[in-house]
Design a protein around this ligand. Structure first.
Ligand code: CXF
Ligand code: ZN
Length: 325
């Protein structure tokens, strides 16, 4: 049973795959045990929002409140929440950091075992929603964050308290994209459509004299993961997969390739960072001018123009578009 007042809220609801989001009034339930309700200050658009907005096959689900890269202020907390209080500035994260399980206690892992990463459309602890539309219909969550809403409810393991002095339209990038990815630094670009008869990996092998030291695959698609692995150098090449393929997807490598070429391959969710300890470190690097967040933000729009942000990203016209509530 959830105690406390519901809040009236405005959210951008994704009702049909690929259709413009609908700005509508909804209600947001009070936070339950181990939960916090936050008021979003701003949210930025990540390509994963687009991927799930377009998706027509499982794990697609609609109507849904997308958005997972954001910053907000705690509005209220449920029972058993001591880590944050009303008024604290927090960054939501799609990966949990319960601080208590074997993985969260280990420096070697960011894969919380109490609240494991999953593509389920609910609150993480009890598979229920906190969102209802004005017809009383439930709305699905997204990546345990759902930030395209004035208010959202998160598990306390999915929020990181931060210094409120940091500009929100920069800090929000740490919620997903910048924590997961690399600094700027691309010097060459291979367009797969202009490789002629060659595969991308053949072109990269030729360009680099035998393959790259490191390959980062950012989509998760099996065929691209295989190409990335084929693009890295024998002996020491390392492939890091940041994207996630759909459930059940398989990789196809020969035993020889995997075992006897000296190459390694690994996945990396959220860049391998531990949300609660590492996000404050990354933010300090921004304050110290070592981490350049400003250059990522190419556009800023008002919440009511959220569909413009979708168009900009789909058309490849922006890196990050910050959406102000
Ligand atoms: C993604 C990785 C693939 C699953 C959804 C979350 N990370 C960030 O956008
Ligand atoms: Zn993302």
């Amino acid at each position: 049973l959830l105690k406390g007042p519901k809040v009236e809220d405005v959210a951008a609801v994704s009702r049909q795959p690929g259709e413009p989001l609908v700005i509508e009034e909804i209600t947001v339930a009070p936070p339950g045990a181990y939960e916090v309700r936050i008021r979003i200050i701003c949210t930025s658009l990540c390509y994963s929002d687009i991927t799930f907005w377009k998706l027509k096959v499982p794990p697609a689900c609609f109507p849904r409140i997308l958005g997972h890269e954001a910053i907000g202020v705690v509005e209220s907390v449920g029972e058993n929440v001591e880590e944050v209080k009303e008024g604290d500035t927090v960054i939501p994260t799609f990966m949990a950091d319960c601080g208590d399980c074997v993985d969260c206690r280990s420096k070697k892992s960011n894969l919380c075992s109490k609240l494991p990463f999953a593509l389920k459309p609910w609150m993480p602890r009890n598979d229920t929603t906190r969102f209802t539309d004005l017809n009383g219909e439930p709305l699905y969550h997204f990546l345990f964050v759902s930030s395209f809403s004035e208010y959202t409810v998160l598990d306390v393991a999915h929020v990181v308290k931060i210094d409120p002095a940091i500009p929100p339209n920069r800090a929000c990038l740490l919620s997903c994209g910048v924590s997961t990815g690399q600094r700027f630094g691309v010097t060459e670009f291979v367009d797969s459509s202009s490789c002629g008869d060659k595969s991308v990996s053949q072109v990269i092998n030729e360009m680099t004299g035998g393959g790259a030291d490191y390959c980062f695959e950012c989509v998760g698609l099996s065929s691209l993961v295989e190409e990335a692995y084929a693009s890295c150098r024998k002996g020491w090449g390392k492939t890091i997969v940041l994207g996630v393929d759909r459930p059940g997807a398989q990789l196809n490598f020969s035993s020889f390739e995997v075992l006897h070429t000296g190459k390694t391959i690994t996945g990396s969710l959220f860049g391998g960072i531990k949300a609660k300890s590492d996000i404050p470190i990354l933010l300090k690097r921004y304050v110290d001018k070592e981490l350049h967040l400003d250059e990522f933000v190419t556009h800023e729009v008002k919440f009511e123009d959220i569909n413009k942000a979708f168009n900009l990203l789909i058309e490849g016209k922006c890196i990050r578009c910050v959406i102000w509530m």
